[in-house]
Write a protein that binds this ligand. Structure first.
Ligand SMILES: Nc1ncnc2c1ncn2[C@@H]1O[C@H](COP(=O)(O)OP(=O)(O)O)[C@@H](O)[C@H]1O
Ligand SMILES: [Mg+2]
Length: 366
């Protein structure tokens, strides 16, 4: 928790920290289900009524969840219709993310280069983001999240990682081209550093601000002159966004396209998957895992092997660490963009932001 002296220092410097903000920083990232459930049931019922065609059989909302990115998500199944997922944004940020996600999914669905790969994508069936009951209705893909499956069957970890990497590499290969990325480095790095500075108070203070500067310089320097495969990049390719069949673990869906872009550094998706798998397998926070990579100066041997098999390992250790840092920056900036809750949470900042930036500042290379 923040010390009284720190609090006063920021207050006196005009940091505009209020006790309300300070208290919010202590709240859990996801609101307690028991408290929000009655309101969610009511909202889901209203949303369902608003999309049911006149005379169509009533369908009951099921599996309601509030996600970390301010969405209320639930399923509608039963009757003769295919099951669908309804996503209701609960903030302006969530609405913007959902609008982008719809555009991406619709563009990918029209992209002939993807062929059968498109069976892995949800289909947007209705998009209504104006008005007081905004929502998106998507086809419900089969399978369960790889995070859930691996929780039950951790022995499948390697097999799942190999097939998740293979699947996303198919997307990259189908839509990608090699390019020397010097001119793109600042665009990839600077806006994301700015988002962290804006949303995370620690990043505006002396140590944090200096570490952001060091990180920015290091990333741009390491990316300069490199040739990378630019392609459609998912941008948040972690096990929770990959759906697998329960039995054999075959991959049957990729969801949550809100962070995707057509000309991204595609290696990022592979690094995100491998690093978030470590987080899941070892129960350690993502930021601490990344900080370890920076301290060690390389990824773990098993992760290097997985990335090498997927053709997604940098040619040298410096590049390996730089891509890991870019992956981290993308991930944390993506989170704080999706929901203001991340940047405000002391716990999330302490686990995910501070360890990496402290390690980067401590290992500043000339
Ligand atoms: N098209 C879909 N088919 C099946 N399940 C889905 C679909 N879209 C979302 N879900 C479920 O809803 C959850 C949250 O959706 P997601 O788009 O990943 O939101 P968030 O950005 O908050 O992670 C997913 O983890 C998954 O369980
Ligand atoms: Mg998700």
């Amino acid at each position: 928790m923040m010390k009284k002296e720190d609090f006063l220092a920021i207050w006196l410097k005009g940091g505009r920290v209020t006790f309300t903000e300070e208290l919010r920083g202590l709240l859990p990232l996801r609101p307690a289900g028991l408290l929000t459930r009655p309101a969610d049931v009511l909202a889901a019922r209203r949303l369902t009524d608003s999309i049911s065609a006149a005379g169509a059989p009533q369908r009951d909302p099921r599996g309601m969840q509030r996600t970390f990115s301010d969405l209320l998500v639930f399923r509608l199944d039963g009757g003769s219709e295919q099951p669908v997922v309804v996503k209701h944004p609960r903030s302006a940020r969530a609405t913007a993310s959902l609008a982008h996600e719809c555009e991406v999914v619709q563009r990918l669905a029209r992209d002939e280069r993807l062929g059968r790969w498109r069976r892995l994508l949800p289909v947007v069936e209705e998009r209504r983001l104006q008005g007081h009951l905004p929502l998106v209705v998507e086809s419900c893909l089969p399978g369960i999240g790889a995070d859930v499956l691996l929780h039950r069957s951790p022995q499948l970890a390697r097999r799942v990682t190999v097939s998740a990497l293979r699947a996303i590499r198919e997307l990259h290969q189908a839509t990608g081209w090699e390019e020397e990325v010097t001119a793109r480095a600042a665009d990839w790095v600077d806006p994301r550093l700015a988002v962290l500075a804006e949303e995370v108070r620690w990043c505006r203070r002396a140590k944090g601000a200096e570490a952001l500067r060091v990180l920015g310089e290091r990333l741009v320097r390491e990316l300069t002159g490199r040739r990378l495969l630019l392609a459609w990049t998912h941008g948040d390719y972690h096990p929770g966004n990959v759906l697998l069949e329960e039995g054999q673990g075959a991959l049957c869906g990729v969801i949550d396209w809100a962070g995707a872009l057509p000309d991204g550094p595609s290696l990022l998706d592979c690094h995100t998957f491998v690093l978030t798998m470590r987080h899941q397998q070892e129960g350690r926070q993502f930021g601490r895992i990344v900080a370890e990579v920076v301290r060690r100066g390389s990824l773990l041997p098993e992760d290097r092997r997985l990335l090498a098999e997927a053709g997604a390992l940098a040619d040298d250790n410096r590049g390996e660490v730089a891509l890991t840092l870019l992956t981290w920056l993308w991930h944390v900036a993506g989170n704080v963009t999706k929901s203001a809750r991340y940047g405000r949470s002391h716990r999330w900042v302490a686990d995910n932001v501070v360890p990496v930036l402290s390690q980067v500042a401590a290992h500043e290379t000339p």
